[in-house]
Design a protein around this ligand. Structure first.
Ligand code: GLU
Length: 426
């Protein structure tokens, strides 16, 4: 028998900026956007690359590379997280910044899109090294950020402590006490918002509930597979399990666990805290992580990184709904395959917009200096997510396109109408 050749995914398919451009062009063509506007929106407004010298604990001096890209400022100040990861690249940051533009437009909050990143491995750095890196990076991009200019937030590899350091560094530079509105995702005791830490996961749950209602299914009948068990995947799992969904599998970088009756998420979290991994959990069986993604289920929730569903595995996916908790988990080459198989996609720029929506609430509260209780945050988040879900699904039905294309067209349409209303400054 001839062995099956491994399917190699072309490098271009895995370049997030090429993916972003491909999807942008598809939406622009369907909307009949002219060349000039296309050029404007496929070119980021501002990009900065910085060298960040940091003194390591062992006395060596290391120089890290960092980026901040503002894709668009048409609808408001630029907004988007900062990623600390070894595989950060300018193309990735560009793509993520453009997705922030469309995301903020889809949920109709008054922001443009931005993203930052530093090439580093935070898992092997000490607290002191991370603090020096965060502060020096902040000072390197300081002219680009500000409450009315560009407001960073957490993303992969960054957390609320780093947001506090950004706030402090910026405040000292501008000679203010606590310029809280310069960054979101801060600790609640330092100008953060209640409900921000859970917001992305909660948003995913809300859109999954809406999708199930549309498909006529109750959460208690829904089997869910979640890939990623960090802030987004872990919170989605916890909240969804509590709301009655059956989480049958969690998939991580080092393995996957499965229980047909539903996993005990709190116990799995405790197991990971104790052992450093989800594998070998007493309440489940270990399964292959690639195969876990292709198991039959109601909802597949990729909540880690880009390029998880590609031309290599899209045909094997047997989920009825894909809720994209991560940014860019599905490549454009996988789209037609999933469409052919009638998978109901809740695209990233809708599904994971709960995070930036509560960032918006945080910024509003910081500017007011008056803070809301958690109930109000959750209620307003629900309003935003439910409205955006129906805006996208109705747009898709009206224009006879899939949900992803509808979200891209809706976002693009809203950005272009802002540009037209403002006109060009010359
Ligand atoms: N990094 C998150 C995202 O990709 C949150 C961004 C924000 O809150 O500004 O949506």
């Amino acid at each position: 028998m001839i062995a099956e050749a491994p399917v190699v995914v072309p490098a271009n398919e895995l370049n997030p900026w090429i993916s972003a451009e491909t999807r942008f062009n598809q939406a622009a063509t369907l909307l009949g956007i002219d060349d000039g506007m296309r050029k404007m929106l496929s070119t980021p407004t501002r990009e900065l690359t910085v060298a960040i010298p940091v003194l390591l604990d062992d006395g060596r001096l290391e120089v890290f590379t960092g980026y901040r890209v503002q894709h668009s400022i048409a609808r408001g100040p630029a907004k988007g997280g900062i990623r600390f990861a070894p595989d950060v690249s300018l193309d990735e940051v560009r793509a993520l910044s453009s997705w922030m533009t469309w995301k903020c437009a889809v949920v109709n909050i008054p922001y443009g899109g931005a993203k930052g990143g530093v090439i580093c491995d935070p898992s092997i750095m000490s607290d002191g090294e991370l603090e020096r890196l965060t502060r020096r990076y902040t000072s390197a991009i300081i002219e680009m950020i500000g409450p009315e200019i560009d407001i960073p937030a957490p993303d992969l590899g960054t957390n609320e402590r780093m947001m506090a350091w950004i706030m402090d560094t910026y405040s000292m530079h501008v000679r203010q006490a606590t310029a809280t509105a310069v960054v979101t995702g801060k600790p609640v005791s330092l100008g953060g918002s209640k409900g921000r830490a859970e917001a992305t996961g909660r948003g995913c749950m809300i859109v999954c509930q809406q999708a199930l209602a549309k498909l006529g299914k109750a959460p208690s009948e829904a089997e869910v597979i979640i890939q990623g068990f960090g802030n987004v995947g872990g919170t989605s799992a916890r909240l969804m399990a509590k709301a009655g969904f059956k989480i049958v599998s969690i998939v991580e970088w080092d393995g996957a666990v499965y229980n047909a009756h539903g996993l005990d998420i709190e116990k799995l979290m405790q197991h990971r805290r104790e052992t450093g991994s989800i594998v070998d959990f007493a309440g489940a069986e270990n399964i292959d992580k690639d195969e876990a993604l292709t198991l039959e289920c109601d909802i597949l929730l990729p909540a880690a990184k880009e390029n998880v569903i590609t031309s290599r595995n899209a045909a094997k996916i047997r989920a009825k709904v894909i809720c994209e908790g991560a940014n860019g988990p599905t490549t454009p080459a996988a789209d037609p395959i999933l469409r052919e198989n009638n998978v109901f996609i809740i695209p990233d720029i809708l599904a994971n917009a709960g995070g930036v929506s509560v960032s918006y609430f945080e910024w509003v509260q910081d500017r007011m200096g008056y803070f809301w209780n958690e109930e109000l945050v959750i209620q307003r988040l629900e309003e935003i997510m439910v409205t955006a879900f129906h805006d996208v699904v109705n747009y898709a039905e009206k224009h006879k396109v899939d949900n992803r294309t509808a979200a891209n067209m809706l976002g693009l349409d809203r950005v272009i109408s802002a540009i037209k209303l403002r006109g060009l400054y010359a």
